[in-house]
Design a protein around this ligand. Sequence first.
Ligand SMILES: C[S@@+](CC[C@H](N)C(=O)[O-])C[C@H]1O[C@@H](n2cnc3c(N)ncnc32)[C@H](O)[C@@H]1O
Length: 246
Amino acid sequence: MMPPLRKKPGIMPDNSANSVKRMFLEVPRTYELVNHVLTLGLDIVWRRRAAKIAASTNTGKWADMCTGTGEMAVCLSRLAPEAAQIYGVDFSEPMLAEARKKPEADRIEFIAADIKTLPFSDDNFDLITMSFATRNINLSRDVLVESFSEFCRVLKPGGRFVNLETSQPSSRLIRKCFHTYVKLFVKAIGSRISGSNAAYAYLATTIPRFYPADELANILREAGFAKVTFQRYLFGAAAIHRAGKL
Ligand SMILES: C[S@@+](CC[C@H](N)C(=O)[O-])C[C@H]1O[C@@H](n2cnc3c(N)ncnc32)[C@H](O)[C@@H]1O
């Protein structure tokens, strides 16, 4: 197990819902391009990997939470059996507007909603996915537990949750290199391409502060999930978690 991360000095990022919504007003048009540039295209590979893991579940109702411009929902739609119903949920209308422009969008129902209070009844979905959004929901452990509990509520018993997020390399040296890369390039490149300082300052601040993979697994367990496992990618810079509802 890796040692606990040292607390980062500095002001905690403002991740209130209104501030996060404001951030995503400025970036939808360039959002995907910035991700591809900053990760050298690895975000595409990781989303496809997560979708493949997720789509190995049975058919039925699938939802991609915090879907943004819908890239993960589109990956799912390409793998989904004919009968599967696919939903993409996000509270940012401008991000959803980009998602709806995609050729695969007519296979997906996009819904504007806050994932903390989902407009769905209990035991509704067979599969929930989420990619690169856990940091945007909140960094607070309590808020994450509440949000994941909400996913657990709307999943059917036997349903699965697959989450892709940046993570923390276990090696101290690699972690330091990763954080240095984030510090030097994420805000500079993201702001230059998108014209938004706030969104990429937030990204650069929250990546080094986010939970290591084993800690995120504990948060999922605390939210009520069972059979929680994870796989690290790129020395731990990203991780895919799988969790089930009993
Ligand atoms: C970094 S983007 C990730 C988008 C997409 N999942 C991807 O793989 O690129 C985070 C998204 O989460 C959405 N979001 C953040 N908090 C949310 C909440 N409480 N309810 C619904 N959507 C939320 C934002 O509007 C934004 O579109």
